[in-house]
Design a protein around this ligand. Structure first.
Ligand code: GLV
Ligand code: MN
Ligand code: MN
Length: 409
């Protein structure tokens, strides 16, 4: 019996093969949660799991768990991530973590190693939250933070329900969510930001995930003729949305530090050149590593939105789409990632995650950690998302050793 070695060529090929499903121009992927493309991606990955001899379980929110038995029964060491993407996604976000987990199992098979604890490779439903909110939906349900009924009732922009779409694509499974409680959870992911690349560092030992606040804002005004309506008589919902968008940037400049703010979706009605908009619907994404500061950002943004609408004679409705407090990972897991990176001769730094991850939900259940590898130019949620093969290999090798360490102890 020799030590396990990852087949990196196989891992890179798997990433490329999965990226063919829902492929879009520029090398990216569009596999929005519970669409036909998501189903095709799921079917492919499940076929790989079965071909590897793993036992596949699907729960009622469509999370998929592939089990590799250990010498002992009991809670598995779990890894994984998601394979859904935003509509303009890259090929690495989420996918890398799932496929690297499968590669770890292949390496152990090839080396003839049965670990003491079982292993589990999971992919969770609707991590992205681009079609249905909240994001991290599958892992949140798994962790008990959202009921199955609430998750099933979530609708997309066309009114389609998660529960119906799960059934339609054949992934409303029979397992009760939360059944598989891990001994520990570890997730390999691309950083999706510029920090590691700018610092010239290969491995991120992730300290936690910043708080996330998602709000949908609907401003209602009055449609009128763009040429005849004096400026003083307008109730222009589009104008209010524009002001709020500008304010979001100004807020981050005022607050400084880690505060970020994005108006990523903005829809006017009737959306015509010569008609004042009677409705503007936009989203506000606020994030901060500090909960008190995130609350302050929310307070200031919401007050601005309400005041801007009132001044224009418009009404406003706000709806919370997602709200997660900042999460800190287990110190022992952060230490392990850092030590292993050093043992592998890799440069390493500690950093918080700017993006949301399934790991932040799993942290409610068990000691959780994440390994980041650099994103070229910090790009993600963009078809140009790229991570150098050598960096992927460095991260996957640390994932293998970390899973072994956790599964043998
Ligand atoms: C989800 O992945 C997010 O961070 O927006
Ligand atoms: Mn992701
Ligand atoms: Mn993403």
């Amino acid at each position: 019996m020799s030590g396990p070695a990852l087949d990196f060529a196989h891992l890179h090929t798997a990433v490329a093969d999965l990226a063919h499903v829902g492929a879009i121009d520029g090398g990216g992927c569009a596999r929005l949660a519970l669409t036909d493309e998501d189903k095709a991606g799921r079917d492919l990955v499940v076929s790989w799991m079965r071909a590897q001899g793993l036992t596949v379980h699907v729960d009622a929110i469509g999370n998929v768990f592939a089990m590799r038995p250990g010498r002992e029964e009991g809670p598995p060491v779990m890894t994984g991530s998601h394979i859904d993407t935003v509509r303009t996604g890259g090929r690495f976000d989420g996918n890398l973590g799932v496929l690297a987990g499968l590669e770890v199992c292949r390496a152990l098979d090839a080396a003839g190693i049965t670990t003491r604890r079982p292993l589990c490779v999971a992919f969770f439903t609707n991590e992205e939250g681009a079609r249905f909110q909240p994001d991290m939906m599958g892992s949140l349900v798994h962790a008990g933070g959202l009921t199955l009924q609430e998750a099933w009732a979530a609708t997309d922009g066309e009114g389609k329900r998660v529960g119906d779409e799960l059934k339609r694509i054949g992934y409303r499974g029979s397992m009760t969510p939360g059944t598989i409680r891990p001994h520990a959870y570890v997730e390999l992911h691309i950083e999706q930001g510029p920090v590691l690349e700018e610092a010239g560092i290969t491995i991120g030992a992730v300290t936690g995930v910043q708080g996330i606040s998602w709000t949908e804002v609907t401003v209602s005004g009055t449609s009128a003729h763009a040429g005849t309506t004096p400026m003083r008589l307008r109730h222009d919902a589009g104008y209010v949305a524009g002001l709020c968008s500008t304010f979001a940037r100004r807020l981050t400049q005022d607050m400084g530090g880690a505060q970020v703010a994005t108006v990523g979706a903005n829809e006017l009605r009737p959306n015509l050149i010569n008609v004042i908009a009677n409705r503007a619907r936009f989203t506000l994404d606020l994030r901060n590593t500090d909960e008190a500061l995130l609350k302050e950002a929310e307070r200031r943004a919401f007050a601005f939105i309400d005041d801007a609408a009132r001044a224009e004679g418009c009404t406003v409705e706000r709806r919370t789409l997602a709200r997660f407090e900042p999460v800190e990972f287990a110190p022992d897991m952060i230490d392990r990632v850092e030590h292993l990176a050093r043992a592998h001769g890799r440069s390493v730094m500690r950093l918080p995650s700017g993006a949301g991850h399934d790991a932040q939900m799993m942290a409610r259940l068990c000691p959780t950690g994440m390994i980041f590898v650099p994103s070229v130019k910090g790009l993600s949620h963009n078809v140009a998302e790229f991570t150098h093969p050598g960096d992927i290999e460095a991260g996957a090798a640390i994932l293998l050793d970390l899973m072994l360490e956790l599964a043998q102890s």
